[in-house]
Design a protein around this ligand. Structure first.
Ligand code: 5AD
Ligand code: SF4
Length: 437
């Protein structure tokens, strides 16, 4: 019996899909990339912006046909939009077999089991083997939910308040991912650096994960500026496994907007954190999220966001058009005209892109350590995607000279004197001994 997964939304959702996939595999199901072969179709939805929700719902509409084509086919809908609109979904798409909201993801195995027990044939289940993912860059969810209440955001209402996994559980999951082939671990949480468990704080967790045998790179997503404490910054700088690339959502460059959004920091505080990060980790890339067209955003507020992009010169960034989400505090505010939001979006994108291109073009000719993830694709520590010409295998870390930096995915060739992890460690060990002598 095979299952197919379609995921909408953020990296948290992708990892939730992986987790649900692992449960299904443990039940003997096998993942397929072809919906025609599948008996279970899982749609993991997102509701952060209206557009994401609309896309998932139109997919559900099309799935009626898919289901009719094979007896016993099942459709499972999960995630944030499922949480927000469970009843509506069951009403509008009566052919759905199971709807599990984001808050109930911990119950997924039990609910899926019940669903699968209602299956029409179970012969195939008995001899299917558990597929092992050989994912070089893996994700580990360290917490769920969010204790903030940014006024535009639906996340706290669909994912609930923060729940933290224990350090032990996270470490054992990291070890498991390493056994499956991971060399890089990205820690995930809605405000990942507000993590706490017993006396451990985020900085302690970072250190602990970095020492897991076989973990060569550590990243985390997405931190909140408020919890970017000196201790976190020092740790990020001091632990060699932590990569030089930080994604720190700012949302707006205007203090008035930041206040309206209830972000709990000022523009000046944000700039100070960026300065500290750059000082502690020279060469680090910095990226961000920005929302344009929040209700009440004046031209002046918008210009302050543009000025912030100019001031910081992010390496890349994601610009979102404000989307009113029912039930959020900002949903009651009067929206700006759509054309104005559109216009600001274009202007902001163009500026962000200009810096992104400028930054990228400086990469040409430079040599970087690239961790190969699949086929000939890998990433630099600074999180640029690189397409490599040459003979490489997933899991290898190679020295790559960048030959083309025109497009977001860079191109490069392998340099002589390649490093694999083994001889890389040898090299750094002898470098340490030399220093010690
Ligand atoms: N409208 C537009 N963008 C939003 N985001 C979150 N909620 C909304 C919304 N209602 C953006 C924020 C966040 C990213 C994941 O999505 O920038 O950082
Ligand atoms: Fe939403 Fe704000 Fe929580 Fe991020 S910190 S998930 S934007 S409420």
């Amino acid at each position: 019996m095979k299952f197919y997964v379609r995921t909408y939304g953020c990296q948290m959702n992708v990892e939730d899909s992986n987790e649900m996939g692992r449960h299904l595999k443990a039940k003997g199901l096998v993942e397929t990339q072809n919906p025609d072969e599948a008996s279970v179709f899982l749609v993991n939805t997102c509701t952060v912006r209206q557009h994401a929700e609309d896309r998932a719902f139109s997919e559900l509409g099309r799935l009626k046909r898919w289901k009719a084509k094979g007896p016993g086919r099942k459709i499972v809908v999960t995630g944030c939009a499922a949480e927000r609109t469970k009843e509506y979904l069951e009403d509008r798409f009566p052919f759905l077999d199971l709807v599990v909201g984001a808050k109930s993801i911990e119950d997924f195995p039990r609910m899926a089991e019940r669903l699968l027990d209602r299956r029409d044939t179970d012969e195939e289940l008995d001899y299917a083997v558990r597929a092992v993912d050989d994912k070089v860059a893996a994700f580990v969810t360290i917490m769920r939910g969010c204790n903030y209440s940014c006024t535009y955001c639906i996340v706290p209402s669909v994912r609930g308040r923060e729940i933290y996994h224990s350090v032990e559980q996270i470490l054992s999951e990291a070890r498991e991912r390493v056994r499956e082939g991971a060399r890089e671990i990205t820690l995930l949480g809605q405000t990942v650096n507000s993590y706490r468990s017993g006396t451990a704080r985020f900085a302690d967790l970072l250190k602990a994960v970095a020492t897991v045998e076989g973990v060569e790179r550590v990243r985390f997503m997405s931190p909140h500026p408020y919890y970017m404490t000196d201790r976190v910054i020092e740790t990020v700088a001091a632990v060699p496994q932590i990569c030089e690339s930080i994604h720190l959502p700012v949302q707006s460059g205007s203090n008035t907007m930041l206040k309206q959004m209830m972000r709990n920091y000022t523009r000046e505080q944000y700039v100070l954190i960026i300065e500290k990060l750059r000082k502690a980790m020279p060469g680090t890339t910095l990226s961000t999220d920005i929302i344009v067209g929040f209700p009440g955003e004046t031209d002046r507020d918008f210009r302050e966001t543009l000025a912030l992009i100019e001031e910081i010169q992010f390496d890349w960034g994601f610009i979102f058009k404000y989307s009113a989400r029912e039930g959020t505090p900002a949903a009651n505010l009067e929206c700006l005209p759509q054309e104005l939001i559109e216009e600001r979006h274009q202007e902001c994108l163009a500026l962000m892109d200009r810096f992104a291109q400028e930054k990228r073009s400086r990469m040409a000719g430079a040599t970087h350590e690239v961790l190969v993830e699949a086929d000939n694709m890998g990433r630099t520590r600074t999180n640029y995607k690189v397409y490599i010409t040459g003979n490489v295998a997933p899991g290898e870390e190679v020295r790559v000279r960048i030959t083309n930096a025109q497009r977001p995915t860079l191109e490069g060739v392998i340099e002589d004197g390649n490093i694999t992890f083994e001889n890389f460690r040898e090299e750094s060990r002898s470098a340490c001994t030399n220093r010690g002598q």
